[in-house]
Design a protein around this ligand. Structure first.
Ligand code: SF4
Length: 435
């Protein structure tokens, strides 16, 4: 979602006459788009502001600096106090459409301006977004969240849940497909809670069907669904629509019912495992991924063991795991002591990541000798002669081939596997599994 906000802000600045540069030393405007989901992400803002201050001191170059995103919303004027003389614009999460005006105002008045007001941010002018990827388009369907999980800062930084009209979403998907974007990723804090404000009969399943019907869209992804809103209808819809990728990112956060309750996740370990069984029955070829928080307040060794056994039982294709850090204003920060010692958090996350690595290696190994369809999306970062792409199940596949293959979906026979990606060669035979 933050990446997509950056694409939107880049488009707004281009419309105002700016052009992109990759050198801060050349820039007239620098926008730092921030994340506050973890403490370390937040700290990066101040590191970056320090670098810009140094650049100004060394080179006499003093661009307008705007801070956007969740830290801007959360900290507001405090950023100006903590890093005096560096930031000129603080723009909140619901005010990004005003960025060019705020930049102009800061430049004209030579003073810092702050705008954290909650504007309408579910509509966004069509064609302005400067998409960073020529093949994949992010399309927002929901802003904000009402769930208030006890560890999460999102409801405070992005506000209450707001649904984007179906007509706006479909217009943006058509526009993206028309500019060659073959893959669409629908974005929202809880995508499967979608209910179209302009069409009472359209839920997330209906939205998937409507996007599926758009010519030029080859693959549909979404992030993220919430386990408690996964319905049989949604699973059946996914199974029926071939363009919907066989990948479900289903954040679990902990394997312990006790911890899940303290997190206010509103499902239990057993309920989640039952849901996984339902998913596997309806979508046998689906790849699952998740988010896990380690060291949440009160997490005992037994709770952590529950996380390990759940991970081993589900066998996720990938996992984002984080050590808990208290986030401002959240229920956990205000009511629960951050009482798991740092060394225990570290020991547990190392053990979890080792288990997950073994599981991923095994799942990727199982692809060796099989042919998979790969949407080739980039030159590999490892070697010049290599390309990379993804399967429908979101496995990264590296293959030798010319740059002209980028943008094509090709059958690739997998020859070897690692924990994070597999390697293969283009073949003429069709895909065997997974799609
Ligand atoms: Fe945060 Fe997701 Fe919970 Fe909403 S559902 S509060 S975004 S963790």
């Amino acid at each position: 979602m933050n990446v997509h906000d950056s694409e939107r802000m880049a488009g707004l600045l281009e419309q105002a006459g700016y052009e992109p540069t990759d050198q801060a030393g050349d820039a007239d405007v620098v926008v730092i788009n921030t994340c506050s989901v973890r403490e370390r992400a937040e700290d990066k803002l101040y590191t970056r502001l320090g670098e810009l201050r140094q650049l100004a001191a060394e080179q006499g170059h003093d661009p307008i600096v705007a801070v956007a995103g969740c830290v801007a919303q959360q900290e507001g004027e405090a950023i100006l106090k903590r890093s005096p003389g560096v930031a000129d614009v603080i723009v909140g999460t619901q005010a990004i459409r005003r960025l060019p005006m705020l930049v102009a105002q800061a430049a004209a008045e030579r003073r810092a301006v702050v705008d954290l007001d909650p504007y309408d941010d579910v509509t966004f002018p069509l064609g302005v977004t400067r998409r960073a990827d020529p093949l994949k388009a992010y399309v927002t369907i929901i802003e904000g969240c009402n769930e208030f999980c006890s560890f999460c800062v999102v409801p405070y930084t992005r506000g209450n849940e707001r649904m984007r009209p179906l007509a706006d979403i479909l217009a943006e998907v058509r526009d993206a497909a028309g500019t060659g974007h073959r893959e669409v990723q629908l974005l929202g804090q809880i995508v499967n809670h979608y209910a179209a404000p302009d069409d009472p009969s359209c839920d997330f399943s209906g939205l998937l069907e409507a996007v599926h019907a758009i010519d030029g869209v080859e693959r549909i992804r979404f992030a993220s669904p919430h386990p408690r809103h996964v319905s049989p209808r949604f699973l059946r819809t996914m199974a029926r629509l071939p363009k919907v990728c066989r990948h479900l990112h289903l954040p679990v956060q902990s394997g312990s019912t006790r911890v899940l309750e303290a997190m206010r996740r509103r499902y239990t370990r057993d309920g989640y495992l039952d849901l996984i069984a339902q998913i596997r029955a309806t979508l046998p070829d689906v790849a699952l991924s998740t988010d896990m928080i380690i060291g949440f307040p009160g997490e005992s060794e037994a709770d952590f063991e529950d996380t390990m056994t759940l991970t081993a039982a589900v066998r996720y294709h990938s996992m984002f795991s984080f050590k808990y850090s208290p986030r401002p204003r959240t229920l956990a920060e205000q009511r629960l002591a951050d009482d798991v010692p740092e060394e225990d958090k570290t020991r547990r996350i190392v053990a979890l990541q080792a288990l997950q690595r073994d599981i991923q290696s095994g799942l990727n190994e199982a692809l060796v000798g099989r042919t998979v369809d790969v949407l080739v999306d980039a030159a590999s970062r490892r070697r010049d002669t290599e390309l990379s792409g993804r399967t429908s199940t979101n496995v990264v596949v590296n293959l030798p081939g010319p740059a002209g293959w980028i943008g094509r979906t090709l059958p690739v026979r997998v020859e070897r596997a690692g924990p994070h990606s597999v390697w293969g060669r283009r073949t003429e035979s069709g895909a065997q599994a997974p799609r």
